[in-house]
Write a protein that binds this ligand. Structure first.
Ligand SMILES: C[S@@+](CC[C@H](N)C(=O)[O-])C[C@H]1O[C@@H](n2cnc3c(N)ncnc32)[C@H](O)[C@@H]1O
Length: 294
């Protein structure tokens, strides 16, 4: 079916998608966004993208449709043992430092765009290998905006591609072959709790950001600088100092925020929340202001 794109609709959709998901499609990628959305437009029985825009913008039941949009437009590429220098820095340098000052507190690590789960499970494997689960209480929270990705994560079944970086010995230790997939050890999986959270929604992420370590890797590449600034601001307001933020190797926060300083820890670049970073005087006032603006 030939779908109609009335003049200006592509821009309206791009802006709306960015506001709701953070994902930014510049003018050059406008067609890509329309391509990704077309099956949803057809499924809804519309002939025009403008009708779909109205649905997303004004329909009171649009919450469910937004879940479909996020599933359709997000890139969920991930694999085990990805960018391990950062996880080694966490396990070998930062957690020992944290444990010395913890006074028996529970450690919280948040994987903020976990996709199908390989990142938080990698963190769990690395912590298990280093014996940290026997020494301290650790909570690993994994969230993503995509319901489809989370459903896969919770199934715990992974295909060959996910293992391209994982040492064979680790695969044999933590996974069991099931047909042409591999099932993760339930004991390892139970180290992680899974939930849906949209990074652009301050209410959804404020309590999650009350962590010592946030992994938010390979998602800001899809966001505009303004949106990254907004998300990182929420992290800074809620992290528990001393606190660290890990972003992907191709992502930089240097022009985005002064709340964090870039450090080299082991072989990895890591952002540390500055001791001087301000806390909101009254976060309820901030939330009220934000609501008024929306
Ligand atoms: C490329 S994957 C990154 C996975 C993992 N962090 C890694 O580095 O391997 C990007 C993930 O970001 C998620 N994502 C995109 N926008 C998001 C948002 N606004 N809130 C939460 N997750 C989002 C996507 O659903 C996708 O699963």
């Amino acid at each position: 079916m030939e779908l109609v794109v009335p003049s200006g609709t592509d821009t309206l959709l791009r802006d709306l998608v960015q506001e709701h998901t953070g994902m930014f499609f510049d003018a050059e990628k406008g067609d890509l966004l329309l391509d990704k959305l077309s099956p949803l437009v057809i499924e809804r029985g519309f002939h025009s993208f403008l009708d779909y825009y109205y649905l997303l913008k004004y329909d009171e039941n649009s919450v469910d449709e937004w879940k479909n949009v996020i599933d359709a437009i997000s890139v969920q590429e991930t694999f085990f043992w990805r960018e391990m220098d950062q996880i080694n820095a966490l396990v070998d340098c930062l957690i020992p430092e944290w444990a010395e000052r913890s006074n028996g507190r529970r450690l919280r690590i948040w994987s903020a765009a976990c996709a199908t789960g390989e990142e938080p499970l990698t963190i769990a494997m690395a912590l298990a290998e280093a014996g940290w689960f026997d020494r301290i209480q650790v909570e690993i929270i994994a969230t993503d905006a995509s319901t489809a990705a989370l459903t896969k994560a919770e199934q715990g079944l992974f295909r060959e591609r996910a293992f391209r970086n994982l040492p064979l010995a680790m695969r044999n230790k933590y996974f069991e072959k099931e047909g042409n997939t591999w099932r993760v050890d339930p004991a390892l999986k139970s180290r992680v709790s899974w939930d849906r959270a949209n990074l652009v929604n301050r209410h959804e992420i404020a309590h999650l950001a009350e962590s010592s370590f946030i992994f938010c890797r390979n998602v800001f590449i899809y966001f505009s600088n303004d949106m990254i600034r907004r998300v990182v601001r929420t992290f800074a307001d809620h992290l528990k100092k001393p606190a660290y933020l890990f972003v992907g190797v191709s992502e930089s926060l240097l022009k985005i925020t002064t709340d964090f300083e870039l450090l080299t820890v082991g072989n990895a670049f890591v952002y540390k929340l500055r001791e001087t970073s301000r806390r909101p005087l009254n976060s309820n006032i901030e939330l009220a202001t934000l609501k008024r603006r929306q």
